[in-house]
Each structure stands twice: as structure tokens, then as C-alpha cells.
Ligand binder design. Structure first.
Ligand SMILES: O=C(O)CCC(=O)C(=O)O
Ligand SMILES: [Fe+2]
Length: 394
């Protein structure tokens, strides 16, 4: 695996290949080349830590800046090509790697998955046109119902235990009444329907891969998704004062887990951070061109009886150069950020009952996917849907 020194004060793309055989650390300590892969990056301004045992490495410095060491990415990067077009044996090998990534980290960067970077760029350009419209036009299309869960959400209206600073648009499979007409934004609905379908097909393939290694019927998830109505979400994090999103209880999106089966995520710039082990140690999940990120969500964790991990994640200040941060200052504005998520929820009539193996105890009770979804959506949107919305019981 190539090794990269990553400068947390520099732009996310700013990485230097490590050429040294030995890293010299403060206080005369050294890390031999063979041990470098064991170091993991431990926070935006944090420390390097050996991943298994041993002493903390802390920062080491070069002439240019503080550097920490990390592999090219904090999370595995996996080509999906051979699952889509390979032999049975190749399919199984990809599926096993996907399963391992979800088991160990809950996250994977997928490449060669059938949607090109050019198509992703076109989607972001449509997303920007949507959000650039006047606020009055967007507010007319405000999301109204936890069950329908389609339309626009203004800044500050969705959060659960803190304050988010973002605006969103939700697109669904069967009905999108609260979306701009062709007169308002030409081609929007047709474009989003098409992008939605491509995400849906990818989600089915990803879940089929998991079924293969989880010893489930290969059609288990396609049946669970037959009548499903997942949620394509466009997100816009407006330019915002750094001091606001770095204040206690605030973020562009506060730490949370997703509550469906899994989520596909496309991101244009940095700021996303993941805490795979729920220890408060958030690792940057910076965008890698040509990839999408896929994370496990709560229903898959429940179904797998905790074999697959649904991880905490948040969006906060992106990794910017020291100069850029100085220029922005504490009260200056951070640049806007765009991302798009596809939340994969099963059909409302499916029950999710943990699969316990080898005499294992089930760690969760059975839940109905439809009720689970309405309850979680209502909780997150109580500020626009009213407090009664949170009283739906499972
Ligand atoms: O914007 C992102 O990168 C993450 C969005 C997210 O986690 C969510 O909407 O649940
Ligand atoms: Fe999320």
C-alpha cells in the first residue's frame, strides 16, 4: 500500500509520498519503515497512533509543517468492476472485501461502480442550480410529512440533539410533487429520476454482494427492495462562520448514524469525518475523485446482529491550508460544501430481525422497516413537522 504523509493544515488533496526509511519524532523517538503502516491518523489536529499497541507517535515535523502519517485513505478503497462483470469467483472475492470493510470500519470507498465522475459532476451542477433559486421558491416546496418525506428542508430545520447548518432536498422513487417544475428549473425532475435509478441499481448490487457472503439467498435484498422507496438527498452547506460550526452542539451536520440499511454518498469537498469505533475519534473521509463512499446504517447493523457496523459521522470544518484558515480568521466564512446521499431503506412491509449464528443471542428486537423509518424521520424533523410527529411508536 502506498504511504502518504498528510498535512492536516493543508488542503485535503495536499499529500506527500513518504520517502524516508525512518521517521524522526519529537523527543528523539523514531518509527522504522516497517512500522509506518501501523500508524493511523487520529484527528484533524490530532496525533498519530500506532494502530495496535505501542506508544503514541504524536506529530513529527518537517521543514514545511506538522505532518501526520496515514495510508492513502482512512478507509478501504475497493473496485466494484469484478462484481459487476466478473466470474463467480471474482464476484465472491469482491463481495468478501466489501463485507470485511463493512465489518471492520463500516465504510468503504467504491470505485468502478458504473457511474462516472462526469455524471457525478453533472449531478452536482444540477444540485447547485436547485439551491441557487430564491429562498421563497424553495420554501414553497418544503417537506411536510414524515411518511412522504419529500421536498425541501431549510437551514436549521432538521437536527436531532444539536443544530445542523445545511439545507436539503429529498427526491423519492414514486412521487416528487414538491420539486421544481420544468418552468422553474428545466430538466430537474427527469435528471433526478435518472440519477435515482442508477443509485438504486447500485444499491441492489452492493446488497446482493453482501448477501453472497452473509449466506443469505442472493435475492434476499432485491426482494426487500422490490417496493422500497429510498431517499436521494441533495445537501448544501452554505458558507458559514467557522466560529458557529465549531461551537458546542453545532456542526454542518452533527454526529449521527444513518438509520436505513446503507447509504451511498457523493461529496465535492472535504469536511466529512467518521468515528468508526464510537470513541470520539473522528477520522476525515475526504473525497477521492471517481469514488463514492458507502456506509453501513442502523438496519444493516441490526440485521447482521452487529457483524456490520453503523458508524457515527459528522460534517465540520474542511481540512484547509494554514494560510487559508488564517485568511478566513475565526469569524470569517468557510466556503460552501455540496454533497449528495442515497439512503437505502427496505420496503415498508419488511421486518428486520437479527440473523443470529452459532447459538448467538439476538442483540436487537425485530422492527418493521416502515415504522422504523417514519419514527426516525419524524424525530429528525420535529422542528418543522411538530412535536406530535415524534410520538409515533414502534
Ligand atoms: O454531507 C455529507 O457528507 C454527509 C451527509 C450525511 O451524513 C447525512 O445526510 O446523513
Ligand atoms: Fe449521515
Amino acid at each position: 500500500m502506498p504511504l502518504w504523509a498528510y498535512d492536516p493544515l493543508a488542503h485535503s488533496a495536499h499529500r506527500h509520498c513518504i520517502t524516508t526509511k525512518v521517521l524522526h519524532l519529537p523527543h528523539g523517538r523514531k518509527v522504522e519503515e516497517r512500522d509506518i503502516p501501523k500508524l493511523i491518523y487520529a484527528g484533524r489536529y490530532g496525533r498519530c497512533q500506532p494502530s495496535a499497541g505501542g506508544q503514541e507517535a504524536e506529530f513529527y515535523s518537517t521543514e514545511s509543517a506538522y505532518l501526520t502519517i496515514m495510508p492513502e485513505s482512512n478507509f478501504p478503497i475497493l473496485s466494484f468492476q469484478e462484481f459487476l462483470s466478473g466470474s463467480e469467483e471474482e464476484k465472491r472475492a469482491v463481495a468478501q472485501k466489501l463485507y470485511n470493510a463493512f465489518h471492520n470500519f463500516g465504510w468503504v470507498y467504491l470505485k468502478d461502480f458504473g457511474i462516472t465522475q462526469q455524471e457525478i459532476d453533472e449531478m452536482f451542477s444540477m444540485s447547485k442550480k436547485y439551491f441557487e433559486r430564491p429562498i421563497e421558491a424553495k420554501l414553497k416546496e418544503t417537506l411536510k410529512d414524515a411518511e412522504v418525506n419529500q421536498g425541501y428542508t431549510p437551514d436549521g430545520a432538521e437536527a436531532n440533539g444539536g443544530t445542523d447548518h445545511k439545507e436539503c432536498y429529498e427526491h423519492r422513487r414514486f412521487c416528487n410533487d414538491l420539486s421544481p417544475s420544468d418552468e422553474e428549473l428545466k430538466g430537474f425532475k427527469a435528471f433526478m429520476d435518472d440519477f435515482y435509478e442508477r443509485c438504486f441499481n447500485l444499491a441492489v448490487s452492493v446488497l446482493q454482494a453482501l448477501a453472497l457472503v452473509m449466506d443469505l439467498d442472493i435475492n434476499y435484498f432485491s426482494t426487500a427492495l422490490a417496493k422500497a422507496d429510498p431517499q436521494l438527498r441533495l445537501l448544501h452547506y452554505m458558507p458559514i462562520q467557522r466560529s458557529i460550526i465549531e461551537a458546542e452542539g453545532h456542526a454542518r451536520i452533527i454526529p449521527h448514524t444513518d438509520f436505513g440499511l446503507c447509504t451511498l454518498l457523493f461529496q465535492e469537498s472535504g469536511g466529512l469525518e467518521v468515528d468508526p469505533f464510537h470513541t470520539g475519534n473522528f477520522l476525515p473521509a475526504t473525497p477521492i475523485p471517481g469514488t463514492c463512499v458507502i456506509n453501513v446504517a442502523d438496519l444493516l447493523q441490526r440485521l447482521s446482529n452487529d457483524r456490520l457496523r453503523s458508524t457515527l459521522h459528522r460534517v465540520t470544518t474542511p481540512p484547509l491550508s494554514k494560510e487559508a484558515l488564517e485568511k478566513i480568521g475565526e469569524h470569517g466564512l468557510l466556503p460552501a460544501r455540496y454533497s449528495t446521499a442515497f439512503f437505502v431503506h427496505p420496503s415498508a412491509d419488511i421486518d428486520i430481525d437479527p440473523i443470529a449464528r452459532d447459538g448467538e443471542v439476538k442483540k436487537y428486537s425485530k422492527v418493521n422497516a416502515g415504522e422504523w423509518r417514519v419514527m426516525n424521520t419524524a424525530k429528525n424533523y420535529s422542528s418543522i413537522l411538530g412535536s406530535e410527529a415524534t410520538q409515533i411508536k414502534v
